[in-house]
Design a protein around this ligand. Sequence first.
Ligand code: UTP
Length: 303
Amino acid sequence: MNHRPIRKAVFPVAGLGTRFLPATKAMPKEMLTIVDRPIIQHVVDEAREAGIEHFIFVTGRNKGVIEDHFDRQAELENILRAKGKHDEIALLEELLPGPGQTSFTRQQEPKGLGHAVWCARELVGNEPFALLLPDMLTQTRGDSCLKQMITGYNENGGNIIGVEEVSSEETDQYGVVSIEKTKTDENCWPITGMVEKPKAGTAPSNLIIMGRYILQPEIFSILKDQREGAGNEIQLTDAMHSLMEVQDFHAIKYDGMSFDCGSRVGFLTANVALALAHPALRNEFAAELRKLLEDLTHRSKKD
Ligand code: UTP
């Protein structure tokens, strides 16, 4: 069956990043660096690899630097050109979305993820779209996480939630899906329910929602009337629950792993993991890491 193509992606970047203070006092957490580029660049690249043509950012105050990052810096380019730094110019060129491929709208007040998504309604219009939480970074060996999800969407249509398997001890920190196990597919299943942070021992599965979605535009009319939920915020999960009553949702367990860069440990781990996967940095960085780990072992033996 032909399903409507996914051309647009929404990036909600209006959160306050309180888990990462003081780094995020004046600097948006999406601009913190993983290896050699801001987190948001990694996430936009994931979407570009999946064939996304239009990038919609839902921003807030103090986030203007994100808009600047996805624009030309004429003065810098002139200086690089004058110095003959052609590789650097080519790199900046490669990472820049084309003219007119980005849009920015304001959430005005951080009223929750559901509210941030609703703020993108005019820019998305009446078509299915991808939603990528920009503080979640994914690492895959093959196709990007969103590309794997779009492959699944092209087969199943409807709404898709990217999921990842975690241990039973960790499920209480995340949104967890319940699925209908089918024999035909090992990575894609119909979703029968979702629960937010289930109490230890009560999770319906080990599959957590990790910040990648493909949603039908009907989510917007639900979000419009969505009441505040947990944390007095408008929750996307509540709206997806309502949409599930009338539309199909599938979970896709993508091949790869994610890092929650909104938390300090997740951010540090992402830096290590991506540096170790970087062809030009891997060996030198691994040697430094080994020294640090040996030192740690010595010290803990002495203690
Ligand atoms: P988080 O809850 O992880 O982000 O929201 P946060 O609110 O910035 O973080 P803490 O908990 O205070 O540290 C997930 C994503 O949704 C966006 C955030 O920017 C983040 O990318 N978001 C969240 C909004 O755009 N608006 C909101 O009102 C809330």
